[in-house]
Design a protein around this ligand. Structure first.
Ligand code: GTP
Length: 312
């Protein structure tokens, strides 16, 4: 029997990793292998997958849909050679990926014999401005989906759910739309095939030029960050950012990492693990539309956040 693949797509910061984490936490004894892909040199997502171990394989340095076709296929082949073989494979794409390109990659004859795309899930921030649904990338992600999961409904105004469902329907998206507060989607919905049924192969769709709209800037440092200064820095950077995430140590809480997230215009901090050896203590990835934020400007603003930095 081919191993069913779940492809998780959705715009930058929509809540894809949160869905994958929920799925892995509720695996119920199934062996689920996760392949996560970040758009950037530092693969933060692999670290944000709770209890990431040998079950999570990360692809960094680009977006699966364009530059890493070979890498994705090699990674899948390695996963499929594992003994015991995974029961399911989840591929989390980067937020700038067009899923049609990945669907086409998965039609590789060698992979097809052993693994088949079962479900394409598009995670969508419920508070996404309705006008953004006209964006070509977002539309491609929605159109490829079998299931659209509305995230962050807990943060949305009353009526958002209904408005968003109507807007998605107006785009003639054939998918089922479900709520996914904090990544909660029933596993049975994502992997509906019984053991006696192989998922059907699907149409790969037309080839599109790779998206070249966003760029990733990384910032690393060894000195702890001051929280009030970080707040000021994020205030200055926010208008230019599509997404940011990272791990760092603060002056206020030495010896522990803090997980930083900036998505949908909202910044959050959460406690993380102890710092790992061999990697910089502070690692933040910033994603912006091409040409909007320079590395020099970013470095200037971020260096002012570390103890002993400018403005201390
Ligand atoms: N309140 C709330 N926050 C959520 C929900 N889903 C995700 N988030 C938060 O949104 C932020 C981004 O979530 P991720 O799961 O990392 O998003 P992502 O789509 O994987 O991000 P990229 O891979 O960078 O594109 C994090 O701070 C999450 O905790 C939700 O349902 N409710």
């Amino acid at each position: 029997m081919p191993v069913p693949i779940l492809l998780v797509t959705g715009f930058l910061g929509a809540g894809k990793t949160t869905v994958v984490n929920h799925l892995l936490a509720h695996a119920g004894g199934r062996r689920i292998a996760a392949v996560v892909n970040d758009f950037g040199a530092i693969n933060i997502d692999a670290e944000l997958i709770a209890g990431a171990s040998d079950g999570v394989v990360s692809l960094s340095n680009g977006c699966i849909c364009c530059s890493l076709e070979g890498d994705l296929l090699r990674t899948l082949a390695t996963l499929l050679r594992r003994n015991p073989r995974p029961d399911y494979i989840v591929i989390e794409t980067s937020g700038v990926a067009d899923p049609a390109d990945i669907v086409r990659n998965l039609m590789d004859p060698v992979i097809l014999r052993e693994a088949l795309l079962e479900t394409v899930l598009c995670v969508m921030d419920a508070a996404t401005p309705l006008a953004a649904l006209d964006d070509a990338l977002l539309r491609a992600q929605l159109r490829a989906a079998d299931i659209v999961a509305l995230s962050k409904l807990d943060l949305a105004d009353e009526g958002t759910d209904v408005r968003m469902r109507e807007a998605i329907r107006a785009q003639r998206v054939p998918a089922v739309v479900v709520d996914a507060k904090h990544g909660e989607i029933p596993t049975a919905l994502l992997f509906p095939a019984g053991v006696d049924r192989a998922p059907a192969p699907r149409e790969p769709g037309p080839k599109r030029p790779a998206e070249e709209r966003f760029e990733t800037l990384s910032w690393t440092s060894e000195r702890p960050i001051s929280l009030p200064r970080l707040q000021r820095a994020i205030g200055r950077l926010a208008p230019k950012l599509a997404r940011a995430k990272g791990l760092f140590e603060t002056v206020e809480q030495p010896g522990r990492l803090t997980v930083f997230q900036f998505a949908g215009g909202r910044a959050t901090l959460a406690p993380g693990e102890a710092p790992a050896a061999g990697v910089p203590r502070n690692r933040i990835v910033f994603i912006a539309e091409l040409g909007v934020l320079s590395k020099a400007e970013l470095d200037g603003i971020m260096e002012a956040c570390v103890a002993g930095g400018e403005g201390s």
